[in-house]
Design a protein around this ligand. Structure first.
Ligand code: 13P
Length: 257
């Protein structure tokens, strides 16, 4: 029997909210709204310092981090290791987000972090995405390279732990002069990503969930989930509003009948 891939709605809170109190309220409010959700996996990735408190609020809300440094302990001022995150009860870790790449993170850095995260027991969410598109369609090569280098040396045995999120930078809510991506844009790239993963991992690649992220809100989530060729969504801005984020989760659940 073919294995059913569970859809996931994941919140990337980025550097928000300002206080632990607000963070706890947000998760509590989401938790109240999702008591009937059964088929959809729900993850929230807050700033590091809220992880420990938030993970205790609801069994239905899985906690993820937004970065992880390779290793366990050591002389790395300011860093938080993959092993520390795992031991704290963190499951997911967003790696290679465009906002971290903009600070200088390379595909090689992301590769090291993915390897360390898997070794520690974390489930990496690898973000890929192009800054711009043009007629030459060169962005396909960029995504191919991101996948190739970031997943280099990862074995087939780890595919069930990996998620790939396609996030075109030009569609992210905070990008100046942004424009909307369509479900067609998402589907085209999801197919391309799956093809590349299949070339690398063979049929084990079908275990890797592919997500879309970039200005998804409660109005557009259904279209991306239905027509975007993806197994879930990575939500920024709209995930900071309990009502909007809960509506996105409920939309996913309703489509999963
Ligand atoms: P927005 O939903 O705010 O565009 O953010 C997308 C994102 O970067 C999620 O990781």
């Amino acid at each position: 029997m073919e294995k059913v891939i569970k859809k996931i709605i994941c919140a990337n809170w980025k550097m928000n909210p300002l206080t632990l109190k607000e963070a706890e309220k947000l998760v509590n409010d989401i938790a109240k709204n999702i008591t009937t959700i059964k088929k959809t996996e729900i993850a929230v990735c807050p700033p590091f310092l809220y992880l420990e408190k938030l993970r205790k609020i609801s069994k239905k809300i899985i906690i993820g981090a937004q970065d992880a440094f390779p290793g366990d302990v050591g002389a790395f001022t300011g860093e938080v290791s993959a092993e520390m995150l795992y031991l704290l009860g963190t499951k997911y870790v967003i790696l290679g987000h465009s906002e971290r790449r903009a600070l200088g993170e390379t595909n090689d850095d992301v590769n090291k972090k993915i390897k360390a995260s898997i070794a520690s027991g974390l489930y990496p969410i690898l973000c890929v995405g192009e800054r711009t598109r043009d007629e030459s369609h060169d962005y396909f090569n960029l995504i191919k390279t991101q996948l190739e280098v970031c997943l280099s040396g990862i074995s087939k045995n780890s595919t069930a732990k990996i998620i790939v999120a396609y996030e075109p930078i030009w569609a992210i809510s905070t990008t100046p002069d942004r424009r909307d991506a369509t479900a067609d844009d998402s589907r085209e790239m999801a197919v391309f990503i799956r093809k590349n993963l299949f070339d690398k991992f063979g049929k084990d690649a079908t275990q890797i969930r592919v997500l879309y992220g970039g200005s998804v809100n409660e109005k557009t989530a259904g279209d991306f989930l239905e027509n975007g060729g993806v197994d879930g969504l990575l939500v920024g801005q709209a995930s900071l509003d309990a009502k909007k984020f809960s509506t996105i989760i409920k939309t996913c659940e309703a489509l999963n009948k």
